[in-house]
Write a protein that binds this ligand. Structure first.
Ligand SMILES: Cc1ncc(C[n+]2csc(CCOP(=O)(O)OP(=O)(O)O)c2C)c(N)n1
Ligand SMILES: [Mg+2]
Length: 206
């Protein structure tokens, strides 16, 4: 993996680069769906002092931005981050609303935007030879076309797109100060092949 990292941009590569760029002592919330899988697959024995947390037992894509907010507020002394998919983010964007008398979390949310449910590309429904493939986009892909930048503007939340590894590193390395959203756009159509490629690496076979 270190010798031949996954291609940019991909969920696997974003997971790898986010962890590499995190400041020391960071806490990282992984949203449901591909985020924890990408972290598991693409990030090796990880950095000392880094805690990765998630909603174990609750595999819902709902409430994840709220959970990350709670994590950031509960660990206010630590740089707090979230890595989530676009549907997970969109499910809970109201968590970006902070009332005037409420504490603002120091939280950077990295959104891997593949315009839909990328995880299903890697499962049986995403098998192009499978029976359900004709209805895949409507039932599993569920693209929204939502534009995250204007959405963040509406909520008064800072937004930046990371279009390169260098930009992602620079944005993630910045210690969170208030709420900030970083979007990385990836191509969902490539996810299945990218995962297949990594799973062929010897270390992933018993
Ligand atoms: C509340 C809720 N609704 C639906 C699901 C089913 N579900 C699991 S993953 C997923 C897609 C998530 O898409 P996204 O957050 O963009 O992550 P990606 O798979 O693209 O990495 C859906 C709809 C769920 N887990 N929870
Ligand atoms: Mg997605």
């Amino acid at each position: 993996m270190a010798a031949a990292p996954p291609p940019w941009p991909s969920g696997l590569r974003v997971a790898r680069e986010v962890v590499a760029a995190l400041p020391d002592g960071a806490i990282l919330f992984a949203g449901s769906s591909n985020a924890p899988r990408d972290l598991d697959i693409a990030v090796g024995p990880t950095r000392p002092g880094l805690d990765v947390v998630g909603n174990r037992g609750l595999a819902g894509i709902d409430g994840c931005v709220s959970t990350a907010t709670g994590v950031a507020l509960a660990h206010a002394g630590r740089p707090a981050y979230a890595l989530v998919g676009d549907l997970t983010f969109l499910h809970d964007t109201n968590a970006l609303l902070v009332g005037p008398d409420e504490p603002v979390p120091n939280l950077t949310v990295v959104v891997v935007n593949d315009d839909g449910g990328g995880i299903f590309e890697t499962l049986e429904p995403g098998d192009p030879s499978g029976a359900g493939s004709a209805d895949f986009e409507r039932l599993f892909g569920t693209p929204t076309g939502a534009r995250l930048e204007p959405l963040c503007t509406a909520y008064g939340v800072r937004y930046a797109e990371a279009a390169s590894v260098e930009q992602l590193h620079r944005l993630v390395a910045r210690r969170p100060d208030g709420l900030c959203v970083i979007e990385v756009r990836i191509d969902r159509g490539r996810t299945r092949a990218e995962h297949d490629e990594v799973m062929r690496l010897p270390s992933h076979w018993p």
